[in-house]
Write a new protein. Structure first.
Length: 242
């Protein structure tokens, strides 16, 4: 569907909730991946620890650049309230641009399946009316999979609110569970999901090697240079009477 973020640092664009590293450009920039500051990129969501509020227009970005994370809420209050709404057809161009910026691709591989995230349903998080975060999902039978979850800035509660919206949608669709994939390197994302009541359902060892057969640009090193090897499957079981 990643934790100290500093908006003033110039880091590769990334989303700490998203799991699989997409590092072809990183290899070109840094031929020594073990020493590279890498970014996540191929499964869900919240993908690394450095962000800029890049999805806002220039007038909105200006006040935020150069400030500490502790100041983001203060600035966001000046921009306007945080709201969540469903993705619309008119959002598709923005979705493609946002995913390319935060994740490096619109293609996501989870459990051996290629998803085209820019074509999926989902929710968008807005700050003062500006699209700032995105969740996309796939619904099949009685399960809802969160495919991507990205936020351009930390501290606004966008990731949590988007996840809550996905849970409500899963209930509405009569799903028995909501699930998602992150990767073994992405400890911030793992902590994020655990704090929100999700549990590890399975560890798919060596799954990233299989994902590279579908998406060769997936890198070999993830958050903080850790080897990118396994898919971590999180789930939230939903009660039918809720």
């Amino acid at each position: 569907m990643q934790q100290e973020w500093h908006l003033c640092r110039r880091e590769p664009k990334a989303a700490w909730l998203h799991p699989v590293l997409n590092t072809e450009q990183n290899r070109k920039r840094n031929p020594h991946p073990a020493r590279a500051r890498t970014r996540p990129g191929s499964g869900t969501t919240v993908e690394r620890s450095q962000f800029k509020l890049a999805s806002l227009d220039s007038s909105a970005i200006g006040p935020i650049r150069g400030r500490r994370t502790s100041k983001v809420k203060e600035v966001a209050a000046e921009l306007g309230p945080v709201t969540i709404r469903e993705l619309e057809c008119s959002d598709r161009e923005w979705v493609r641009s946002f995913l390319a910026q935060q994740f490096g691709s619109t293609r996501v591989v989870t459990r051996g399946v290629m998803h085209y995230a820019d074509e999926l349903p989902g929710f968008v998080g807005l700050c003062g009316g500006h699209p700032t975060a995105l969740l996309t999902y796939s619904h099949k039978d009685d399960e809802l999979e969160v495919v991507t979850l990205h936020a351009a800035a930390r501290g606004l509660g966008l990731g949590s609110q988007l996840l809550s919206a996905a849970i409500r949608r899963a209930h509405d669709l009569g799903c028995r569970r909501m699930w998602l994939i992150t990767t073994n390197d992405n400890e911030p994302a793992i902590r994020f999901y655990e704090r929100r009541g999700m549990r590890i359902a399975a560890v798919h060892r060596g799954a990233i090697a299989e994902s590279r057969k579908l998406k060769p640009e997936i890198g070999f090193f993830g958050v903080d240079g850790r080897p990118l090897e396994d898919e971590i499957e999180f789930e939230l079981l939903l009660k039918s009477d809720e």
